[in-house]
Design a protein around this ligand. Structure first.
Ligand SMILES: Cc1cc2nc3c(=O)[nH]c(=O)nc-3n(C[C@H](O)[C@H](O)[C@H](O)COP(=O)(O)OP(=O)(O)OC[C@H]3O[C@@H](n4cnc5c(N)ncnc54)[C@H](O)[C@@H]3O)c2cc1C
Length: 451
């Protein structure tokens, strides 16, 4: 593919045109990247030390390792060990700059982005803004439950859970106590399954020691799944093994059920079942998030941005999208590629290489996804793995899961901290981070945009 007709704007300095965010002057093309998740960071890594100026924008000053959010939520890991500061990541990358700002709008006609801190021009723009929790328009559920999409969500879940367990020891009202100690997780995908397994182990190993006044049966964990299968994107073997592992841990699984209402104390399902629970964790869906300015006609199912096979947003010459937000729709991928870290990393690396070719007006090959397989864990020592023809479950799958996740975390110190925590917990079943540092207050109702 050749992208012709890209007019390189004169390379910008803060005093020229409309830049109001200070950036050093440069005579090479400026690539603005919005979002430092798996996709954005993989792209930045490819572009370091190259003949381009890269400006990474993120609303946080850190990258987060979402696959282990559930371990922070269940007190197994400290938040510091799964987040990594961008400035540390880009230490020594002379052509890469980080700016902490939330991008609010893209103005393609003037090659400009508008952030909450100011305005910046770009020659090339890469959207890598990922997804946010999708409550499918259910306002009562959104207002009263907790999603698990970032580190703050995990800390909220942890504090909600520990506060409710403490409150259960105080109250004399039995219904109230039930509600405080019942946990409902919605969504039987990897995030829901892993959360349910970790909570069940908390119930089995920590509850009897920390709360000897409770009968062991006091904490109930429900997992609600809308279809008749857990881990529906994995093999039948992975799905049935996961079901067995969760049942062994006393997780109560409700198939073909979905939540229709939640008032903060009682969950109501579509079939009319009710569960008393003050803890509802929502992992049942995500939707793309990105700043306004992209023409609606390029936005497809899941609020993702439709790109061509080269990850260029349809209808624009110099705007690209990668990771969870991007959707390449072909006969082979009618619903886009899977929204997983592997896709994001592969797309980030691909575009990092190809942008350098595009700038030189060289032809490029389309993006090809290489499926490296899927892993999910259910508590300690048990996991399921689908690696091409090889599908297995149990201890070896769990070891593989542990190694893959450990190696994927950013930063040597973080890997050391996670590895140490896991080693201690392997032998002791301890989760040592169960401290209430800040008071969790349920969030106020939020106005939600649909899609
Ligand atoms: C709980 C959970 C568990 C998961 N487990 C797995 C797993 O085991 N294996 C797996 O492969 N995948 C897993 N995933 C999915 C995986 O995390 C995503 O596919 C991956 O993070 C997508 O990468 P991304 O770079 O597209 O987006 P993200 O990693 O979400 O990064 C987006 C970045 O953009 C920033 N941003 C967003 N909007 C703006 C804005 N307007 N301005 C500035 N910055 C902005 C955000 O702060 C964030 O840093 C899991 C996801 C969750 C939530």
């Amino acid at each position: 593919m050749k992208i012709n007709n890209i007019k390189h704007t004169k390379h910008l300095s803060p005093c020229k045109i409309s830049d109001t965010i200070c950036l050093p002057d440069s005579n090479v093309p400026r690539i603005v990247v919005i979002g430092g998740g798996f996709a954005g960071l993989a792209l930045v890594e490819k572009l370091k030390h190259k003949e381009v100026q890269v400006v990474l924008f993120d609303k946080n000053n850190f990258h987060q390792f979402q696959p282990l959010l559930y371990q922070v939520a269940t007190s197994a890991l400290e938040p510091d060990s799964i987040v990594f500061p961008f400035r540390k990541q880009i230490n020594g990358y002379k052509n890469v700059l980080f700016r902490l700002a939330e991008v609010e709008e893209i103005q393609p006609s003037s090659n400009t982005i508008v952030t909450n801190k100011g305005i910046v021009n770009y020659d090339y723009l890469v959207l890598a803004t990922g997804t946010t929790t999708n409550f499918f328009g259910m306002e009562s559920v959104e207002a009263n439950s907790l999603g698990m999409k970032d580190i703050r969500d995990s800390l909220n879940i942890r504090h909600m859970m520990l506060q409710n367990l403490e409150q259960a020891a105080i109250t004399c009202d039995e219904d109230e106590r039930d509600a405080l100690t019942n946990f409902v997780i919605v969504g039987g995908g990897p995030a829901g399954v892993e959360m349910a397994g970790a909570l069940a182990e908390f119930c089995k190993y920590i509850l009897p020691k920390d709360y000897p006044e409770y009968p062991s049966s006091i904490m109930n964990i429900y997992l609600i799944e809308a279809i008749d299968k857990l881990l529906s994107t994995m093999s039948d073997k992975a799905s049935s093994k996961t079901l067995k592992y969760l049942k062994d841990l006393n997780v109560k699984i409700l198939f073909n059920e979905s939540v229709s209402d939640y008032d903060g104390s009682q969950v109501t399902t579509k079939s009319g079942k009710t569960i008393l629970a003050k803890n509802l964790i929502w992992t049942a869906g995500v939707k793309g998030q990105f700043p306004k300015g992209i023409d609606e006609k390029h936005v497809v199912k899941g609020n993702r941005i439709k790109t061509d096979s080269y990850l260029k947003v349809e209808g624009y010459k110099n705007i690209f999208a990668i990771g969870d937000i991007a959707s390449i729709i072909t006969d082979d991928t009618p619903r886009g590629h899977p929204q997983v870290a592997q896709t994001a990393i592969q797309q980030g690396k691909y575009l990092g290489d190809k942008l350098l070719e595009i700038i030189k007006n060289k032809p490029i090959k389309p993006f090809k996804y290489k499926d490296k397989g899927s892993l999910a864990t259910v508590g300690k020592r048990r996991a399921v793995a689908d690696l091409g023809r090889f599908k297995f479950a149990g201890y070896f799958a769990w070891l593989l899961w542990s190694v893959v996740h450990l190696m994927s975390i950013s930063g040597f110190r973080n890997r050391l901290m996670v590895g140490f925590n896991w080693a201690v917990s392997y032998f002791t079943y301890e989760k040592s981070n169960r401290v209430i540092i800040r008071n969790f207050k349920p969030k106020p109702p939020v106005n939600h945009t649909k899609k």
